[in-house]
Design a protein around this ligand. Sequence first.
Ligand code: AMP
Ligand code: MG
Length: 419
Amino acid sequence: MAQLSDDCFAFGGPMMSVDEAVSIIAARVTAVQDIETVSLTAADGRILAKQISAPLPLPPFTNSAVDGYAVRSGDLAQVGEQEQALPVAGRVQAGAAAQGPVEPGHAVRIFTGAPMPQGADTVFMQEDVRLDQGRVVLPAGLKPGANVRMAGEDIPAGHSALAAGQRLRPQDVALVAAFGLTHVEVRRRIRVAVFSTGNELVSPGASRGAAQLFDSNRFMLMAMLVRLGCEVSDLGILKDDRVSLASALKNVAGTLDLILTTGGVSTGEEDHVKAAVESVGTLVLWRMAIKPGRPVAMGIIGGTPFIGLPGNPVASFVTFVHVVRPTVLALAGATQQHLIPMPVRAAFTYKKKIARREYVRVNLRKGENGVLEAVKFPREGAGLLSSLVDTDGLVELGEKITLVELGQTVGFLGYASLI
Ligand code: AMP
Ligand code: MG
């Protein structure tokens, strides 16, 4: 089973930076070991269990990159700046075996993807030549080797082409297919249970009391987990009650790889998640220096890692990205994919606290000279779902920054890159 080692709990107490949190997780989480074999059509998004080396070169044989005429470059060497006419002898299409070597002083009609006839090493594009009574008239000045794709020029045989831990993307699946493989070995999906906590919450579809709201975080978190390749169990909403929370947690622990909750982890009187986890397992509050964000509860219940996220939707989203995402990737056996912000120009000013990482919700627009500019969402509340829905991503402001001035370069993370 996937594991989170006990000494994660040495890190409660003082403020922790986002990078510290991520490196602690990456160093201490053990990945699932079970391996499954899946077909190519089921491989997208799965985590490769073993490295794949090229069983054959790509391309597998030397071939023409264009429709045209294949020649021996040695035949062209003497002609200097003159056009040269060569008789056309033979024709080779894609998929057809080349019929013997090209005769010296001759050209062979050839099509894209067709194997180069023996002896030929250069192809003239059909657009660059003319035909004259069974001969092809070739312009001067083409480099020997032009328009030919050499066997193995893309990937040589034996090359380590995909590393273990790679989260397979469509282009990776294409590479596996190009190798002629029908299946890949991947780690099994990790199983994550999700529930929300709060007496004020009801599920969409249920009847809502006057002081209640529909639970939205659970559906956001489940969707994010599915995008990360997890198998998700929806455990609904739990009341703000230590005893029922504790028994629900105890029931699911041991049957899955991660328990994720939202709400109830601040230090208020009605925040019972912390006490519930402590009664059935171990827990520490990670006080991360991050805004939007609140303490994140990290725990282990019956051997199963537990993460308790804050209830405010934006805090929940941002802490998911920085705590749950690296944990899920580590549990799943995936190579950590570090988030690389893209430089854009700030079309806003902003003051922030030193030693804290802050995320500003922004839209991108094309400014002067086509330079991308980040426009700040006008409101900042951590409860505003509209601030996530109506924006393109987050500007990341590092711990050392205290002020953002108009026109300053800042780092942008698009939502699609976060999950
Ligand atoms: P809490 O972290 O439980 O103190 O909740 C902080 C705020 O987030 C409260 O206003 C909650 O009503 C809200 N909240 C908590 N859980 C959810 C949820 N699952 N969906 C939407 N809002 C929530
Ligand atoms: Mg609550």
